[in-house]
Every structure is written in structure tokens, then in C-alpha cells.
Design a protein around this ligand. Structure first.
Ligand code: BES
Ligand code: ZN
Length: 456
């Protein structure tokens, strides 16, 4: 049970907390766009000031990209555990603006949902930890554990500089466990602990045909069309059954533990409801795997973007000079982004038709991760989530990626706990992103209780 004094503090400070969170959400910290570099820096500065205000010692570390904020409170003594909390303060680009019901950077509450870019991914969930830590320090003047908070501004663009930072500061970041809230619950009212994340290997494929755009009548038929060449290349990425057909792609896929698979089968998953959520007419993918298995345990190869030729109003008879595709593979243990890069390059080289020049450029990547379930941190999270939500958490998987998680496990050798407060349909990365207000209220209480329970 959560300490009554903490519970009362949350109630008393609720409206001020929303003001603070709104101020954080108003900063358009879009890491992908250089015109927002100043805003990303402002979001880092906002966090720096907040953690200082509540009693942490804070340093903002510049990187070649966006800054890393490290806040530390180490006064619990050598016998108390040390926990590392990780989150990100950068957000995805908000476009297309026209599809937002209220502007992306003007937080608005409607029907129990707080709408804003970053509300759930991940500023709102970072705020949950900030607020829970503040509650402990305000009510008791101390935290039950030594706490390090590591906040980055490059998660949405691949966490390029974080692995080196973690490696360089491994001693300083040494801890008994890592806690991350940057994921979703399985369903409303069902708290969840993640058992896995997929990794990622992201590519840009450029096809160059003739030296410049050509009249499609004067030249079409004799000159190879780059858009068609790219379409042919992309079409070789899968077989008829929806399996990835890049040679060697599945070589390193390790089987999934049968108890974890059985757990997934027992989750109350409703395919019709899922179909309705995505708004498509039917589902696809590997037929010999359940939908949750396809999303959580199987690797993929997806086109994320396509560009070629004339796409404006009306018709233009042109044979385009270039075509481009953004392609990303989601990876599962033990696939390695570097090796997938090699396989992708070799495959594209093998299938690229004559008459065009095809280049494959690797953009970013991250390793997949699988949790070791059990242990003190995991047990504490189970209990804290159970108390705050009034029911036992379920163990879920995840199809998305958080690149640094594998690095934490490998470099720090610490268990990683993923306990998120988002919900299905939360529109992360899309217009009208939201976080449930109820989950914010329960989330701060679960988190505050978790800090108490790790002390035990
Ligand atoms: N919060 C997400 C990861 C996530 C996605 C967790 C879906 C749970 C459900 C994170 O911010 C994210 O979007 N990660 C990127 C990583 C990429 C840019 C390297 C992703 O998965 O696309
Ligand atoms: Zn994200």
C-alpha cells in the first residue's frame, strides 16, 4: 500500500503537477528537425531545472547531437539499492498538423485524455517519475534508494550518442536495476510489464536512373525507370506468405521460451477489436504465428516511405531520374543490426536490375532485448502496479524499440524493468497523441510505491 502521506501529497499537488507537465509539453522538442535544436535544448534545460528544484544534483552533458541530462540523488547510503531511471524528452515530428484536433504543442484534456505530442511518448511518463520523486523528497526529505535519472534527447532518432555515453560513464551509472516508463499497458485497467522489445535496422535505398528526368514518351520503353526498378527490389523483400525473403535474415532468430509464448496466448487479445483500432480491412503477416507473436516475437521488413516522380495534381508524363525508399527491419533476439545491414546490402546488390545505380545507406539501428523475468525489482513492480491499479499486472511483449535498453543490460549488467502507462490507440508518433489522465494519477502512485518497495 502507498503511504497515506504520499497519497495525500499527490492529491494536494495535482493541479500544480498538470501545470508543470503542460509547460513541459509546450516545448516542441522535435529531435529530427534541426530548426528545433533550440527547443530540444530548452526541454533539457527544463528538466535540469526541475530535478535541481526537487533536490537532485544535475549535469547536462552536451553531445555531438542533443544533450543528455543526468540527475543524481545518492544520499540513501551504501546499503540502499541504487536505481537508474531512463527516459527521453525528445518527441516525434507533429506533422501533419491539419489532422490534430487541438494543436500538437498546446496540451488539452478531453474525455479523460491529455492530448499533446509527447504526452505519452515519453514526456508524460518521464513526468510521472519526476513527480513521484518530488513527492518522496517533499514528504520525507529523502528517497528510499539512491536514484540516478538519465534523460536523452535523441531516442526518436536512434539514440546515436547514448551507447558511448553509457560506456564512458559505466561506473557512475552502476546500479541494481533500471526502470523505464516508455511503453503501453496491454489494455485499460490492465497494468503491464514488458518482457521484450524488438531491435531495429533502418535503411535508405536510393535508385539513380538517367542523369535527369526525361519525357516518358520520348524515352520510356528504352530507358530503365528507377521507380519501377525500386518497386521490383522492394517486392523481393517478402515471399507470398509474408515471410522476409532476404537470404540469411532468419539465421540468428532464437526460439522464444515456451512459457512466455504460453503467457502471450493467455492474454485477452481480441483480433476484431485490434482490427478496428488500426482501421484496416484485414490483417497480414506470417500465417503460422498468432497476431501477438507476429507483433512481438517475429522480425519484419517494412517500407516507411517512398518517393519518386510526379505526385502533384493532375498528370505529368515523366520518366523520373531517381527513386527513394526508407526501409526498416524490426529485429528479435539474437539478430544483430550490423549483420542485417550486411545481408540487406548483399540482397539488394543481387536483385538490383541493370540500368540503374542502387545504393543502400544504413541510418540507425538498435539491438533487440528480452527480459529476465523475476528478481527483486520485478517483484517490487508487480506489487506496486497491483496496488495502484487494483489488479495483477500482465507480462506483455512489444514490437517497438528503445535502442539503449540492450546497452543497459549489456554494459551495466543490470536488470531492466519496463513499466509503461500508455494505452493501445494512444496515437504515439501520429496526430492526436494522448495519455490517459487516470493512468497519470495511478502511474505516479505506482511509481512512488515502487521506490519504497525496492528498498525492502
Ligand atoms: N516509446 C517508443 C517505444 C515503444 C513503441 C514502446 C511502442 C512501446 C510501444 C519509442 O519512443 C520509440 O518510438 N522508439 C523508436 C525507436 C527508433 C526511432 C530507433 C521506434 O520503436 O520506432
Ligand atoms: Zn517514440
Amino acid at each position: 500500500m502507498l503511504d497515506t502521506a504520499l497519497d495525500q501529497w499527490f492529491t494536494a499537488n495535482r493541479s500544480r503537477a498538470f501545470d508543470d507537465l503542460f509547460a513541459f509539453l509546450r516545448i516542441p522538442s522535435v529531435s529530427a528537425r534541426s530548426e528545433h535544436n533550440g527547443d530540444v535544448a530548452n526541454a533539457a534545460a527544463w528538466l535540469h531545472a526541475q530535478f535541481e528544484r526537487i533536490g537532485f544534483s544535475v549535469r547536462t552533458h552536451p553531445t555531438a547531437g542533443h544533450p543528455i541530462v543526468l540527475a543524481e540523488w545518492r544520499k540513501a547510503g551504501p546499503d540502499a539499492p541504487t536505481i537508474l531511471i531512463y527516459g527521453h524528452y525528445d518527441v516525434q515530428p507533429p506533422e501533419p498538423h491539419a489532422l490534430w484536433t487541438s494543436p500538437a504543442f498546446e496540451p488539452t484534456i478531453r474525455d479523460g485524455k491529455l492530448f499533446a505530442r509527447g504526452s505519452v511518448d515519453d514526456k508524460g511518463q518521464v513526468f510521472i517519475h519526476l513527480h513521484a520523486l518530488e513527492a518522496h523528497l517533499a514528504v520525507r526529505g529523502a528517497l528510499p534508494a539512491n536514484v540516478l535519472v538519465l534523460l536523452e534527447g535523441e531516442e526518436e532518432v536512434g539514440s546515436e550518442h547514448l551507447e558511448a555515453f553509457v560506456a564512458a560513464h559505466a561506473e557512475r551509472l552502476a546500479c541494481d536495476g533500471v526502470i523505464i516508463s516508455d511503453s503501453a499497458m496491454f489494455a485499460p485497467g490492465i497494468p503491464s510489464i514488458l518482457s521484450s522489445l524488438r531491435g531495429l535496422a533502418y535503411f535508405q535505398i536510393d535508385v539513380q536512373g538517367p542523369a535527369q528526368d526525361l519525357h516518358s514518351g520520348s524515352y520510356g520503353g528504352a530507358v530503365v525507370n528507377p521507380a519501377m526498378a525500386l518497386a521490383r527490389i522492394l517486392a523481393t523483400f517478402h515471399d507470398e506468405q509474408g515471410r522476409v525473403a532476404i537470404p540469411g535474415f532468419y539465421d540468428d532468430v532464437r526460439g522464444w521460451p515456451t512459457d512466455v509464448l504460453a503467457g502471450m496466448r493467455n492474454l485477452p487479445f481480441d483480433e476484431a477489436h485490434f482490427l478496428k483500432e488500426v482501421g484496416a480491412s484485414a490483417l497480414g503477416g506470417e500465417p503460422d504465428h498468432t497476431v501477438l507473436e507476429r507483433l512481438w516475437t517475429r522480425p519484419t521488413c517494412e517500407v516507411n516511405g517512398l518517393l519518386s516522380g510526379y505526385t502533384g495534381e493532375g498528370a505529368k508524363t515523366v520518366l523520373p531520374a531517381t527513386a527513394m525508399a526508407k526501409v526498416s527491419c524490426r529485429l528479435v533476439p539474437d539478430q544483430d543490426p550490423e549483420r542485417i545491414r550486411t545481408l540487406m546490402q548483399a540482397h539488394v546488390d543481387a536483385v538490383a536490375p541493370a540500368g540503374v545505380r542502387v545504393t543502400v545507406r544504413a541510418l540507425h539501428g538498435g539491438r533487440p532485448w528480452r527480459a529476465t523475468l523475476g528478481g527483486p525489482l520485478f517483484d517490487a513492480a508487480r506489487e506496486a502496479l497491483g496496488a495502484a491499479f487494483g489488479r495483477e499486472p500482465v507480462i506483455t511483449g512489444e514490437g517497438g524499440s528503445i535502442p539503449v535498453v540492450g546497452d543497459f543490460a549489456r554494459i551495466l549488467g543490470a536488470p531492466v524493468l519496463l513499466m509503461g502507462f500508455g494505452l493501445p490507440g494512444e496515437n504515439a508518433h501520429a496526430p492526436d497523441e494522448w495519455i490517459s489522465v487516470e493512468n497519470l494519477d495511478r502511474g505516479v502512485r505506482a511509481t512512488a510505491l515502487l521506490y519504497d518497495l525496492v528498498r525492502r
